[in-house]
Ligand binder design. Structure first.
Ligand SMILES: Cc1ncc(COP(=O)(O)O)c(C=O)c1O
Length: 389
């Protein structure tokens, strides 16, 4: 069995990758280590790269379509991993999930409609509805026993009058797995209040050993009918630059309406590389995924140990799925501006600023991406600890 390498650092600079190459323009420095944008710093799997190379052996790159092999690989992956039973008719190709969420809002809601989210949350959940002219209603999460939980009293109140709930399942910014009990309460409330649930499950495949992802649509027939689920191989296999996602809808009427709209927009055509890469990833990726998650799990343990030893005042929400950790530096009593400045200019590290996940309540929080070689993570953590001492 092949042993995959997640330890060797790869220099991504000069590839126009957003995570590394945007920093010079943003901060005017070239000595920063980016631990922000949610992709990973290890190589995309060989079997994906090889499939792309093989396709490039043919000299014509004309209009394309998803192959039977693509649908087979995608439907088998969803059935095997999440008990989500789909056909190519109940799935639709989507070039990206952020785009998919905006398509759904534009197609299925009206300007001024209220969209519920639970904060802190992946910033596009706030910006996309606003950009589409919808009103965002935020229900803040609670932290209990070191993990995010939904405050259902607040959620129930805020849900009144909302047309859509956009859920990150697992939840970004800390890869929180929503268990069956939480999901069934959401399903009950959303069914009762006629709220469409958009379940963004892009991080599902990054569920760490010992955890279990529950796909929202599997909670009940009602949940399957009042929801749209987005999934993708992009985070799992580090192929986000290829723009390859899928959308699943259980309800036939909703499916016809949304998929018909997508077809009218002309996004179903996809692109050659998205289909080829996704098929290779879903068909051949299980072992790579297993080894990657073991490595990531070890990064999470190492992070936890480091924080206990060197940064005990940091309050952390560790990922149960994904490579994202939520760090709260409030106990240091450093004002937001100074903290942000120290991290960039002293520690030379770029994290995601908590305020972008839901406003001033999170100004002492930062999201850390540990999808990288352990040596890089430890180097950065050492610099963070030094800049706070
Ligand atoms: C919850 C969530 N949804 C969507 C995305 C982005 O998806 P896409 O690149 O397919 O638009 C991310 C990326 O970080 C994410 O964390």
């Amino acid at each position: 069995m092949k042993q995959y390498d997640f330890d060797t650092p790869i220099d991504r600079r000069g590839t126009d990758c957003f995570k590394w190459d945007a920093l010079q323009g943003m901060y005017g420095r070239d000595d920063l280590t980016p631990m922000w944008v949610a992709d990973m710093d290890w190589r995309s799997p060989d079997f994906v790269i090889d499939a792309l190379k093989q396709r490039l052996d043919h000299p014509v790159l004309g209009y394309t379509m998803p192959s039977e092999g693509y649908w087979q690989a995608a439907t088998s992956w969803l059935a095997k991993h999440y008990n989500v039973h789909t056909t190519k008719e109940s799935l639709h190709f989507i070039p990206g999930i952020v785009a998919g969420i905006s398509y759904a809002l534009l197609c299925l809601t009206q300007p001024g409609d209220k969209v519920l989210v639970t904060t802190p949350v992946y910033p596009p959940f706030l910006n996309v509805p606003k950009g589409c002219g919808r009103d965002v209603v935020c229900s803040p999460l609670k932290i209990e026993n070191g993990r995010f939980e939904i405050d259902f009293d607040d959620f129930e109140r805020k849900a009144d009058g909302c047309k859509v709930f956009i859920m990150s399942n697992p939840h970004n910014p800390a890869g929180t797995l929503w268990g069956k009990e939480t999901l069934s309460r959401i399903a009950e409330i959303c069914e009762r209040k006629c709220i469409l649930v958009i379940s963004d499950e892009i991080h599902a495949d990054l569920t760490l050993p010992g955890g279990k992802h529950v796909s929202y649509s599997t909670m009940s027939d009602a949940a399957a009918c009042h929801s749209i689920t987005f999934m993708a191989p992009s985070k799992t296999f580090n192929i986000a630059g290829l723009g390859s996602s899928v959308c699943y809808i259980g309800d036939e009427a909703l499916r016809k309406r949304f998929f018909g709209w997508l077809d009218a927009l002309g996004v179903a055509g996809g692109n050659i590389f998205a289909f080829v890469a996704a098929e290779a990833a879903f068909a051949q990726g299980a072992e790579w995924q297993r080894q990657m998650l073991d490595y990531l799990h070890e990064n999470v343990h190492t992070l936890h140990t480091f924080l206990k030893e060197r940064l005990p005042m940091v309050r952390v929400v560790l990922p149960e799925a994904s490579y994202l950790a939520w760090l709260d530096f409030s106990a240091y009593g450093i004002p937001h501006k100074e903290l942000a400045d120290r991290l960039v200019n002293k520690a030379r590290v770029v994290l995601n600023d908590g305020t972008t996940f839901g406003g001033d309540d999170y100004e002492c929080c930062f999201r850390l991406n540990i999808g990288c070689p352990r040596s890089q993570m430890l180097d950065v953590l050492g610099r963070i600890a030094d800049c706070l001492s």
